[in-house]
Design a protein around this ligand. Structure first.
Ligand SMILES: *Cc1c(COP(=O)(O)O)cnc(C)c1O
Length: 419
């Protein structure tokens, strides 16, 4: 492969053309293994950013994709419907909280978030109220498009760069108490103050349930989320939960909002929806929100991407949900969680480790100082694992099918790299 061409001409996520970092050429992937072009096989600790929950090259997912290609890869969704989309939306309505009854299919997580925010804005417009603001918490991540970025942590996503263009929303302090720590009532105080002060201008609260992903890999107390739901109800404000990273079993529940026993008004899904095969996302909402939106001035929900409801992606998503329905994921995630709980705490004796945390199939090691990405990446690959830290965070969220030895290899590679 022409790696020099890649370096000189191709942007990778958050990379520079001036000082590009090396990329590792991958030629195939099977189960939890990535095969590099030089023949080395390394264990994937990232599930290609939360998505490959059943592992790579899964026969069921392969077969679903192949069968659908021979039928039809794509057809427009305007005025046309098809079995893969109908089946998928039925399944999604079935497994998500029962009040969520309407599904909007889109192409990526960021677009699912844009769609959710637009739904909330159209909802209030229909009700004749001007509510231009969203309330969220710091350290969140909701995507890289503009509206999604506007509710992502202002420092992490450099809001200062886009000042004057990016809408300014309301940020409350992020939850401080960890998932397994005792609940502290003061944790919700800032959020409560912000929602009370601005209650008349807020269209919706948007939040990642229980786990804040790319904005800091923070795992927070379920009571925070149930208080958020209560406060939204109290002020008549919509609640959007962004389950794009947490959905489909990653935290030990099928959806992370189940940890707090809450139901959102709008839910965003993505990442693991197709088992990591195809780009696809979904935004679900209640009949109340959907009908209010559609009874407004526009008379419809104003969105419709070209590749909406792509049959190929829907067919693979259906196969992925069928694998989940067999329920092996519960045992798999539970055993990953147990092994993380048994191994991660020992890492706190290393001088550079500030904290460790875990939940379900997510393990996080937070350091005092940022890592040198190029250096640590090479150490990981030489140790036979694929782990991609950012800033002070070294974290893993492996495919659910990973076995004990493979997971040990990930955690001991972290230990060796930090030593
Ligand atoms: C990844 C992610 C997104 C954005 O999804 P893309 O598919 O990258 O656009 C949004 N919200 C959360 C919580 C995510 O983890």
């Amino acid at each position: 492969m022409d790696l020099q061409f890649d370096q000189q001409h191709i942007w990778h996520p958050y990379t520079s053309t001036v000082s590009p970092l090396p990329c590792y050429p991958v030629s195939r992937a099977d189960g939890v293994y990535l095969t590099l072009e030089d023949g080395r096989k390394i264990i994937d600790g990232m599930s290609s950013w939360w998505s490959t929950i059943h592992g790579y090259n899964h026969p069921d997912l392969n077969n679903a994709a192949k069968a659908q290609i021979d039928q039809m890869s794509h057809v427009m969704f305007g005025g046309i419907t098809h079995q893969p989309a109908v089946e998928l939306c039925k399944k999604l309505i079935d497994i998500t909280p029962s009040t969520l009854q309407h599904v909007f299919l889109a192409d990526s997580g960021s677009v699912a978030v844009e769609v959710a925010l637009k739904m909330a804005l159209q909802y209030w417009h229909s009700k004749g109220q001007r509510r231009p603001k969203f309330l969220t918490v710091r350290h969140g991540y909701h995507g890289d498009t503009f509206a999604a970025m506007s509710v992502t942590d202002p420092d992490n996503s450099m809001h200062s760069l886009y000042k004057g263009f990016l809408p300014e929303h309301i940020f409350a302090e992020s939850p401080q108490g960890g998932f397994f720590e005792p609940w502290q009532e003061q944790d919700i105080e800032d959020f409560k103050e912000k929602i009370t002060t601005h209650s008349q201008e807020i269209a919706a609260v948007i939040i990642e349930p229980i786990v804040q992903g790319a904005g800091g890999m923070r795992i927070y107390h379920p009571t925070f989320l149930s208080k958020v739901r209560q406060l939204c109800d109290q002020h008549g404000i919509l609640l959007i939960v962004d389950e794009i990273a947490t959905g489909f079993g990653r935290t030990g529940k099928l959806f992370a909002c189940e940890h707090a026993g809450i139901t959102p008004d709008i839910m965003c899904l993505g990442k693991a929806l197709t088992g990591g095969y195809m780009t696809l996302s979904a935004t679900l909402t209640t009949s109340h929100v959907a009908d209010t939106v559609c009874n407004g001035e526009a008379g419809c929900f104003m969105h419709g991407p070209t590749f909406m409801g792509n049959p190929l992606a829907c067919a693979v998503a259906n196969a992925s949900l069928d694998i989940l329905a067999k329920n092996h994921w519960k045992e798999q995630v539970k055993s990953i969680e147990k092994q993380l709980a048994d191994t991660l705490p020992a890492l706190t004796r290393l001088g550079n480790v500030k904290a460790v945390r875990w939940l379900g199939a997510i393990g996080v090691v937070e350091l005092h100082c940022p890592v040198d990405l190029a250096v640590i990446q090479e150490v990981f690959v030489d140790n036979g694992v694929w782990i991609r830290p950012f800033g002070t965070l070294v974290y893993i969220m492996p495919p659910f099918i990973i076995n004990q030895q493979e997971l040990s290899k990930l955690t001991s590679a972290i230990e060796q790299a930090l030593q």
